[in-house]
Design a protein around this ligand. Structure first.
Ligand SMILES: Nc1nc2c(ncn2[C@@H]2O[C@H](COP(=O)(O)OP(=O)(O)OP(=O)(O)O)[C@@H](O)[C@H]2O)c(=O)[nH]1
Ligand SMILES: [Mg+2]
Length: 265
């Protein structure tokens, strides 16, 4: 099809009409939502996105008498996609749920490519990327390096964690320990530990304190096991490695935000 040459004025008009249309659609969506909820929305409040399940988003109340409670919300159609860690403004309805009406600016954003290779945000306002690997499933240096690049790009401090240290005693896994030493020599923070035996967990707890941390790594390296070991109330599902392939089975499929308990004094 031949490309039409539009004047600047024509382009301006087209853009203006599109903006008006989109504003009208947003107003319509808001009106539909208000009428659905009987127009009885509470006042605007601060919230923190804790988890995301399709269109439903769990928001932790940040102030008032319900502070710390979780409200299941949906979001206004004109908002961008929200991710775990987002700070939002929300309004309660009269059914223990609510509507997210605004997104606060993000301090940091962590992205990952979707199945079409397009970058999608996965977490916001995080400051530490905990990159977990293990002797099993077989680790890949290029994957660890990609996480390091992602950390650098998002300006998050990386922490490299070698989990399942109990397996290093087996001769076929012994050399993985030297990977961690290589990264330490490059100046990265590193930890060698075991969610199973509990060895090294205190050091991890110390490293995490005072930061908003996100755990990443291949399926089956023990991210959920580590979080369960640190926060017994988290009660996350742990999946065995596949007997056929020795790989993880993608047990955890959503990002969730947990608060660490304050240091005991
Ligand atoms: N030997 C040993 N096994 C461990 C350790 N930590 C976790 N595992 C085992 O590793 C397997 C996978 O653990 P998960 O915690 O489900 O791993 P994950 O990283 O959350 O996996 P996805 O949710 O699939 O991404 C389970 O069989 C755990 O019991 C450890 O320190 N030592
Ligand atoms: Mg998991």
């Amino acid at each position: 099809m031949a490309k039409r040459n539009l004047t600047r004025r024509q382009n301006w008009r087209i853009q203006k009409i599109q903006e008006e249309r989109s504003a009208r659609a947003d107003r319509r969506a808001d009106r539909a939502e208000e009428s659905l909820l009987g127009g009885e929305l509470g006042s605007e409040q601060q919230g923190l996105v804790i988890a995301h399940f399709g269109v439903q988003i769990d928001v932790e109340v940040q102030d008032g008498p319900e502070r710390g409670q979780i409200r299941r919300c949906h979001r206004r159609a004109n908002l961008p996609a929200l991710v775990t860690g987002d700070r939002v403004v929300w309004r309660a309805d009269n059914q223990q749920s609510g509507v997210i009406v605004a997104l606060q600016p993000r301090r940091t954003e962590l992205y990952r490519p979707d199945h079409r290779g397009q970058l999608k945000p996965v977490a916001a306002n995080v400051d530490r990327l905990v990159i977990v690997f293990a002797p099993l499933p077989q680790p890949h240096r290029n994957l660890i390096d990609r996480y390091l690049v992602a950390a650098e790009q998002a300006q998050l401090e990386p922490l490299l964690v070698l989990n399942k240290a109990d397996l290093l005693a087996q001769p076929e896994h012994a050399d993985i320990r030297s990977w961690l030493d290589d990264y330490a020599r490059l100046g990265y923070r590193t930890l060698c530990l075991s969610a199973d035996s509990g060895d090294g967990l205190d050091k991890l707890r110390e490293e995490l304190r005072g930061h908003v941390n996100v755990f990443v790594g291949q399926s089956g390296v023990g991210k959920s096991s580590l979080i369960n070991a640190l926060l017994p109330d988290a009660d996350l599902r742990v999946g065995a490695l596949s007997e056929m392939t020795g790989k993880g089975t993608h047990t955890t499929t959503t990002a969730r935000l947990f608060h660490s308990p304050m240091a005991a004094t």
